[in-house]
Design a binder for this molecule. Structure first.
Ligand SMILES: NC(=O)c1ccc[n+]([C@@H]2O[C@H](COP(=O)([O-])OP(=O)(O)OC[C@H]3O[C@@H](n4cnc5c(N)ncnc54)[C@H](O)[C@@H]3O)[C@@H](O)[C@H]2O)c1
Length: 336
């Protein structure tokens, strides 16, 4: 199938583009490059050894998007485009609601006009707010305790897509709730390239390992977890990417929701230790205060995806640290 990837030049989108192509699909990347760059697409082409269709566009521009649909004739869409920095969303809520919600509305209108009703949406474990129970299943309560506008945009977009599928026949929508994507493609050619200070643990640890930052700050060591530090369900980005290929092959009428995670949590100190093994040195860290809003522990049950999508994460934290280190050490300044 010809698959349009909104936000496809970003961290997760580039890895999905590789997976799609390796599985016989044709990725078409649409991205406004607000948090990525054209050379990420060139790296995807380098991995695949062939050109990949790319359009620079803010997908809120429905006229421009319509023109792309006319020429490219996609058969399905994976919708990744959006802003994702939690702290920034607290400081700039309108920018987040405008970008994330309006880009989705623009997209589904254009899709509907072209009779394209197969859609996979990048949702997030954030929609669960304060976890009702662990491991989280897709039936767990959503929306309770979401503490930032970013999380609300994911919650609202899920609802918008449910309402759309209920009102209009023919939609096949998969809402994929990502846990914590980490790692990089095994070639080291593509990976996570955050602007400024990384918000997520793994790229921060990678930058300390590369000598770009001095010390890892661990937010709290008094949680009720294995070693007192926060526990998250880290999923290798290539496993996540392959999850999209499976979701595409198993779209069903209406809306289906899946957790994409490993089902196992790792603590901050376990990640620091594993990354130290990968880069061959002990990494410095200091314990600082907890961050407001941080959860002690969150991890999913990946059973529904295993049953219905025939997909399961197969890579380990060690694999993720090795691949992330290869990316970081061979691209110390990210994409140039
Ligand atoms: N990385 C994570 O930890 C994580 C976790 C859960 C969910 N997600 C979701 O997955 C998706 C992809 O995340 P990522 O980590 O690859 O982020 P990313 O920032 O690397 O990729 C998003 C891409 O969208 C593009 N973009 C933003 N607004 C756009 C617009 N209006 N029109 C066109 N392109 C636009 C950006 O330039 C960027 O390339 C996002 O929707 C994010 O919220 C990410």
């Amino acid at each position: 199938m010809r698959i349009l990837l909104t936000g496809g030049a970003g961290y997760i989108g580039t890895h999905i583009a590789v997976s799609l192509s390796l599985n016989g699909h044709e990725p078409i990347i649409v991205d406004d490059l607000s948090n990525s760059c054209k050379s990420a697409v060139s790296r995807v082409e380098e991995i695949l050894g062939k050109p990949v269709s790319f359009h620079e566009l803010d997908i809120r521009d429905s006229t421009g998007l319509n023109a792309i649909f006319e020429t490219e004739k996609p058969q399905a869409v994976i919708h990744l485009a959006g802003l994702k920095a939690v702290g920034e969303s607290v400081a700039q809520p309108l920018r987040y609601y405008d970008t994330n919600i309006n880009s989705t509305i623009s997209l589904v209108k254009v899709m509907s006009d072209h009779g394209v009703r197969r859609l996979i949406f990048s949702s997030s474990a954030t929609v669960y707010g304060d976890p009702e129970y662990l491991p989280l299943t897709e039936e767990a309560c959503v929306g309770l305790g979401i503490s930032n506008p970013y999380g609300w945009t994911k919650f609202m977009i899920e609802q918008i897509l449910r309402d759309l599928a209920a009102a209009e026949d023919g939609w096949q929508i998969s809402l994929l709730r990502y846990f914590n994507p980490v790692g990089a493609h095994e070639s080291g050619l593509i990976g996570e390239d955050p602007n400024g200070i990384p918000n997520n643990l793994m790229p921060f640890v990678a930058q300390v390992a590369a000598g770009r930052r001095e010390c890892i700050r661990v937010f709290g060591q008094d949680y009720d977890t294995v070693d007192g530090t926060g526990v998250r369900d880290y999923i290798h980005v290539m496993d996540l990417a392959e999850g999209h290929v499976s979701a595409l092959n198993h779209l069903v009428p209406g809306v289906a929701t899946y957790n994409l995670g490993t089902g196992t949590g790792s603590s901050v100190l376990e990640i620091i230790e594993a990354f130290g093994q990968a880069c061959g040195r002990t990494l410095p860290y200091e314990i600082v205060d907890r961050r407001p809003g941080d959860l002690a522990s969150t991890y999913c049950s990946p059973e529904k995806a295993a049953q219905e999508l025939q997909w399961k994460a197969s890579r380990t934290i060690e694999d993720a640290c090795r691949d992330s280190w290869l990316w970081q050490s061979t691209n110390p300044d990210g994409y140039l």
